[in-house]
Every structure is written in C-alpha cells, then in structure tokens.
Design a protein around this ligand. Structure first.
Ligand SMILES: Cc1cc2nc3c(=O)[nH]c(=O)nc-3n(C[C@H](O)[C@H](O)[C@H](O)COP(=O)(O)O)c2cc1C
Length: 179
C-alpha cells in the first residue's frame, strides 16, 4: 500500500467512548492481531493488516520524536501512554489515547500490545498544541534524523521548563481536559 500517496482529508472517523481499539505486534512492530474496531477505523480488513508494519496508519502530522519515545520505552520493558493521530486508508483521521505495553514471557519481551480509547476534545486540543511545535521543529531540518533529534530535545526542554516528566505531562493533560 503506497501510503505516501494518501492525502489527509481533515475528516475524522468517529468511534464511541466505550469502544477499545486493539492491536498486537511482533518485536519489529508488525501487526499480529487487530480487533474489529481497529479495522473499521483504519478502513482495512484483518487480512490487509496482519503482517503489516504498524506505520501503515501513520499520519504525517504525528511527530517522529513521539514514536522514538514510544519505542525506547517499550523496548526497555516499560509501558507508555500517548496521544496518537492515525490515518485511515481514505486519508480520514482518528485521534486515540494509546496505552502501549511490552508482552513479557519468561523475562523476555516477545511482542507489544496497544489498547486505545477515544480522547476528549480538550485532550486533543492540548496535545495538538505540543505536537504542532514538535512537528515544526522536525521540519526545520533537512534530515529526518536531525529533525527527530532536535524535536526530542525540544520536548525535553518543554518538560524541564514545566518541571514535569513525560508521564506527569501526559497525566496533566488527561486530568485537566476531561470535558
Ligand atoms: C504495539 C504498537 C502499536 C503502535 N501503534 C501505532 C499507531 O496506532 N499509529 C502509528 O502511527 N504508529 C504506531 N506504532 C508505531 C509504529 O511502529 C511506527 O514507529 C510509527 O508509525 C512511525 O513510523 P515511521 O518510523 O515509519 O515514521 C505502534 C507500535 C507498536 C509496537
């Protein structure tokens, strides 16, 4: 699937507050399980998604620096909560509040698991403000690698200025934007 030819439409694919979007991956991030809600929102069949890399639904407005943090955390055996903007096959989008965890068997990481729920409008607007700044920093650099490193530094500076760890930053948005 040539994802770079899909243009974001600006239209949201809606889902209910009680729905949970689930995928599991192998160690490389290739999808090994996807529930019906994931398939519906991504506009894909189970057959389409199994074995595909998870960046299949990557939205171009998502900062690379957030995925870098996600992978660092889960590869270290830790969980992460993150707001993620995803893109369906049509270019429609959907925001999620993701909880990504490693699956550990006999002390070894054997894969990863993500559960996602619908964030509130308040959470979306708070995180968009931060992601817009990270994305702008990434785009200021001609090399994606340099852009990602610079945006990672910017995120660290933003957190240091606020006196927060990443987790405190996440929960501050979560707890202040419930409506
Ligand atoms: C369990 C799991 C769930 C993931 N879920 C998403 C997701 O919903 N959307 C997404 O864009 N990337 C997701 N990723 C991250 C992708 O693997 C990838 O790092 C990201 O899309 C950036 O792709 P890129 O490095 O090709 O730019 C997930 C990774 C794992 C391990």
């Amino acid at each position: 699937m040539a994802r770079n030819t899909v243009i974001p439409t600006g239209i949201a694919n809606e889902f209910g507050a009680s729905e949970i979007i689930v995928t599991k991956t192998d160690l490389q991030g290739k999808i090994t399980y996807a529930n019906d809600v994931f398939c519906r929102l991504s506009e894909l069949s189970t057959q389409d998604v199994l074995g595909q890399p998870h960046n299949l639904i990557r939205h171009p407005d998502m900062p690379r620096s957030i995925f870098k943090l996600l992978w660092e955390r889960i590869q270290a055996g830790k969980e992460i909560f993150a707001f993620v903007l995803n893109m369906a096959m049509s270019g429609n989008h959907y925001w999620v509040l993701a909880h990504v965890t490693p699956t550990i068997v006999d002390g070894q990481i054997v894969g990863y698991h993500s559960n996602r729920r619908r964030p509130t409008e308040g959470e979306i607007s708070a995180i968009q403000n931060v992601y817009t700044q990270l994305l702008a920093e990434e785009k200021r650099h001609s090399s994606p690698r340099d852009g990602m490193d610079a945006a990672t530094k910017l995120l660290e500076e933003m957190l240091a200025d606020a006196g927060q760890s990443y987790d405190e930053f996440f929960w501050a948005i979560r707890n202040s934007s419930r409506v």
